[in-house]
Design a protein around this ligand. Sequence first.
Ligand code: UD1
Ligand code: CA
Length: 451
Amino acid sequence: MTQSSALAIVLAAGKGTRMKSDLPKVLHRIAGAPMLAHVLQAGSAAGIARGCLVVGPNMEAVGEAGQAVDAGLDVFVQPEQLGTADAVKAALPALEAGQGPILVLYGDTPLLRAETLKAVVGELDAGADLVVVGFEADDPTGYGRLLFDEEGRLAGIREEKDASTAERALTLCNSGIVAFRSGETLKTLLARIGNDNAKGEYYLTDAVSLARADGLHARVVLSNAEEVLGVNSRAELAVAEAAMQMRLRNVAMAHGVTLIAPETVFFSYDTAIGRDVVIQPNVIIGPGVTIDDGATIMGFCHFENARIGPGATVGPFARLRPGAELAKNAHVGNFVEIKNAHVHEGAKVNHLTYIGDASVGAKANIGAGTITCNYDGFAKHRTEIGEGAFIGSNSSLVAPVKVGDGAFVGSGSVVTKDVPEDALAVSRVPQQNHEGWAGKVRARRTRDKSK
Ligand code: UD1
Ligand code: CA
């Protein structure tokens, strides 16, 4: 029995009413990815070969989000929410002949770790027929309590609503993750689960006492409470986000990234960062960002779908939008926005600038307040700035337009025509000096005022 023959059944048919949302609960995001994606990711990181998903009616979006992570994911619809055992039943067609271990997961536990799932498979390998992931709850309200026999073996799970006062005092709880040795074990147990309980639901948790009655071995794998936190409300979503961010920060630091104030830097699930990157406080990194070795990110930056090359310096207060690519040692300074543009090696875009749909050649220098005017109200156009070009401050480059290698653009120009290599382009009203003008006017106005 190995993970490679294992199947994960992820339950996500619940409506998630406490989220007060039009979006299905498991599609709410943690570190930029739907909660469901985190759960599927943990499954595949644990080496579980196949996954399937149980959704409610009209939850096509949930199936699609799942398949975006795992194209081979089978999606089943549970027509009515009759309980967790009924939900698992909906996925039984996914079982193959001689199906190996089956792990039932919930789509709303985004902090689940692959290590725990590996431990579960390990227990099944070691001879358990059924494994429950349990945790010690500070406040066990609402959870199923784990019950043990005199020999200390797992004997059953009691749901809160069916529990006696003594049982309610127990704090070792069911996380919701239950695993079965084989498809056969699961099927024979499921067939006998009824709904004669306080909620009138088919409880998957009843599988434990049924298994024991059959003389099967039921075991517990312990996890910490944080890891199995189920998100039911926006407040719990925020708690899960905070916990995930702490994990991502710790991973980054463990890989050689300096975070001066870790609690103020926000990562995405897929952020890739090299060694010796320094990130100053208050930086938000959206999905799709790569930061290469030795880059420095100063405070108050915002990135999304962008690449920052080795040794580059960004910020403070810089925004990199989708398609921004900074090459080695590029400099992007304060109040600069870059979108769908390559800034080549050693180029400098240091102050108050918008570079969109553009390329900036190696070692080019973009003066303060430069704007690439990429949008004419109907379509986007490109600006190409050559190697070593110098764009004077407060210039507008009206795309489509090219500035050749080594060319200069005089400060304050509006460039609407291509500038040849090594040329100077100036397009502004020539300066006129009127000698003595200010003195004469001042004298007249002072005279007028004193009258
Ligand atoms: C369940 C467990 C409880 C455990 C707790 C951990 C049962 C009977 N109880 O209780 O022991 O401590 O989780 O959080 O299993 N779902 C479906 N279809 C259904 C019902 C539920 O897909 O018909 C899905 C939900 O979307 C959710 C998960 O199953 O992801 C758990 O369902 P929920 O109703 O929240 O179970 P709890 O009462 O919290
Ligand atoms: Ca729940």
